[in-house]
Design a protein around this ligand. Structure first.
Ligand code: SF4
Length: 464
């Protein structure tokens, strides 16, 4: 039985793709193996920043050094965006774009490359004829050498969502199920629509079937994810919505807790907030990308809301669910961002009830509109603005944790055990420490207690 090793970079959606690929490799007789012994190494890449690209290239070089006999297959968003850069690395046998991920197991099982017949394009064949590889005529190519074969294509014709729930840490603890892929928006800084294609959703019956299967196999919490999760169901001839899907999952499956990954602000309707607030089986946890608190910068980014629209939605969550976790993404140093724009972001973050923030320093991605915009912010200013936002985020996270002291809530044990205590996750996304060694994936009712600034201990009240 051939062995494979898979290395994943990037977001939950990339990890969900990896789980689907692994499911198909297992069906073809591959078994998981160490990187040093594997016949096949699959590198599933991310391209959201320049450093993500660089990490993927470093990993590929390291795999080849460690196991020169392994066939390396590179896939994911970087493979879709710039296959020729990856094809020229030593040891890379195949570069497979996101549009063809469903064929990876078949291709790897037939190493002579017969699986895809003439549709494969060797990097040498690309010289001067980029369209031959299924690229749009305006895609940029740099010529490259090497034996790697490239298979990519028009993602915008893609209609399927690859399904394979991610079993995080084994023991069915909090699997993630990707129910939507792609995005129809064109935020100026974002490369994702170029590498993931148009929005498409998994049929509601498939979602119900997959969640039922996971719950019956022991999963207590299932995380629903997507590239643009709030756009769920808009691609169906008979349009549906995420709110309707949630009703169906709650009614038709035994899952004990559902959690939603990131939602764009315009998808966070009052109706959706109400439905989450009125269910004790949907985690009170919202991740709502903000990006900037300046209307001028939001407009330049082609974000479709303004700071006050965003603020009203976060305030509505706080009214309906005062203990909910609310997180956001913020970009520091978008081209043209002045000190006044940055201050607007800082003030908005200060005002709203965030429990955590992900702060990104702007870096231009090839092919995006932002990469061509004038007004680049100096790197030292970007660093300083990011630092200020991260310090504010840490302050707000500590305040949120302190506000939970004394509360009695349920927490689900995770895999991590440290100093005789077991980590567990609350509905509102707090990782707390329960004294004692407990099996993963168990509910415990706990009383939260602040030990030191922002540091919570969970005293066990009962095991339900
Ligand atoms: S909504 Fe904007 S940031 Fe999010 S994936 Fe789509 S284009 Fe990118």
């Amino acid at each position: 039985m051939p062995g494979y090793y898979m290395e994943n970079f990037g977001c939950r959606a990339t990890q969900a793709d990896a789980a689907a690929i692994e499911r198909r490799l297992a069906e073809r007789g591959f078994r998981p193996s160490d990187a040093a012994d594997a016949d096949l190494v699959v590198v599933n890449t991310c391209t959201v920043t320049a450093s993500a690209d660089s990490r993927a290239r470093q990993a590929i070089r390291a795999f080849h050094r460690r196991n020169p006999g392994a066939r390396i297959l590179v896939t994911g968003c970087y493979a879709q965006r710039a296959p020729e850069e990856l094809a020229e690395l030593d040891g890379v046998r195949w570069v497979i774009g996101n549009a063809h991920q469903h064929e990876i197991a078949k291709i790897a099982a037939e190493p002579a490359g017969t699986a895809h017949g003439g549709a494969f394009v060797s990097i040498d064949q690309l010289r001067g004829v980029p369209q031959a590889a299924g690229f749009a005529a305006d895609d940029a190519f740099s010529l490259a050498r090497g034996p790697a074969k490239i298979l990519t294509g028009n993602l915008f014709e893609q209609r399927d969502v690859l399904v394979g729930p991610i079993e995080q840490g084994g023991a069915h603890t909090r699997p993630t199920l990707k129910i939507q892929d792609g995005c129809n928006h064109r935020c100026a800084y974002c490369v994702i629509p170029h590498v993931r294609g148009r929005s498409r959703s998994l049929a509601p019956e498939r979602v119900v079937e997959e969640i039922t299967r996971l719950a019956c196999a022991g999963a207590r919490e299932v995380v629903l994810s997507g590239i643009n999760l709030g756009g769920y169901g808009r691609d169906f001839a008979l349009r549906t919505s995420l709110a309707d899907l949630l009703d169906r999952v709650i009614d038709e499956t035994p899952v004990e807790r559902l959690r939603l990954s990131s939602l764009e602000p315009m998808h966070l309707t009052a109706d959706l907030i109400d439905r989450i607030a009125s269910s004790n089986r949907i985690a009170p946890h919202f991740h709502i990308p903000l990006q900037s608190g300046s209307d001028r910068i939001l407009a330049a980014m082609h974000r479709w809301y303004r700071a006050e629209h965003y603020a009203r939605r976060i305030e509505l969550i706080a009214e309906r669910m005062p203990d909910a976790a609310v997180g956001a993404d913020v970009i520091a140093g978008f081209p043209g961002e002045t000190e006044a724009d940055h201050r607007a972001t800082v003030e908005l973050v200060r005002r709203l009830a965030f429990s955590y923030l992900h702060v990104f320093s702007f870096s231009p991605r090839p092919g995006t509109e932002a990469a061509r915009l004038p007004g680049a912010v100096r790197p030292d200013e970007i660093r300083e603005r990011s630092r200020e936002l991260r310090a504010l985020a840490a302050e707000k996270a500590a305040r949120f944790r302190a506000s939970q002291s004394g509360r009695v809530t349920r927490a689900l044990t995770l895999q991590t055990i440290r100093d005789g205590a077991t980590d567990a996750l609350t509905g509102n996304y707090l990782t707390v420490s329960i004294p004692g060694v407990w099996r993963a994936n168990e509910w415990h009712t706990v009383r939260l207690r602040e030990l030191a600034a922002g540091n919570l201990e969970a005293e066990r009240v009962s095991c339900v």
